[in-house]
Write a protein that binds this ligand. Sequence first.
Ligand SMILES: O=C(O)CCC(=O)C(=O)O
Ligand SMILES: [Fe+2]
Length: 203
Amino acid sequence: MDEVFTQSKRFFNLPLNEKIKVLRNEKHRGYTPLHDELLDPDTQVHEILGEPIATLRLLHYEGQTSDPSKGIYGAGAHSDFGLITLLATDEVLGLQICKDKDAKPQIWEYVPPLKGAFIVNLGDMLERWSNCIFKSTLHRVLGNGRERYSIAYFVEPSHDCVVECLPTCKSEKNPPKFPPVKYGSYLSQRYKDTHADLSIYKK
Ligand SMILES: O=C(O)CCC(=O)C(=O)O
Ligand SMILES: [Fe+2]
């Protein structure tokens, strides 16, 4: 992990004109510039996953101080789109989770960094498949004036995979809470909702 953090720092220290050469593409791979992303506001599973997608994302927060009352965040509140996310962070405090998404007001708790440990966040597809038996983790990042690096490893279903309530997670009394959705369509919509349009980078 130390080597990945070292390489991540090397990359983010490059001038913008170098980083922009590997700008995020239509498949959501590549460099995502600052302010591009705006977030707010058992075996059965193996067989229906299709070819799962794994994405490693190196993250860098430049050290701004967040102010939730003004809507300024390192990363706004969101749940990850896929199945499960493994997250490694450096020693700088920043990640917060909200255990009860429906509570008003929402209560946010810091997740203290633990060297050598991964934080496991559940994603929206696990919530949909399990009909909310597993709830996706609502989380956000607050900046406290210190630069921060983290590494997220997202595990997602294939884009063709239709995610719908598993037979064992529904009953007459507990019907599916979500309609079936093709993961690729869900992902595109979430990207549209949370990212700048790529055309803004075209000269
Ligand atoms: O930097 C972090 O601790 C969280 C990153 C995150 O939530 C994400 O990339 O989806
Ligand atoms: Fe996230």
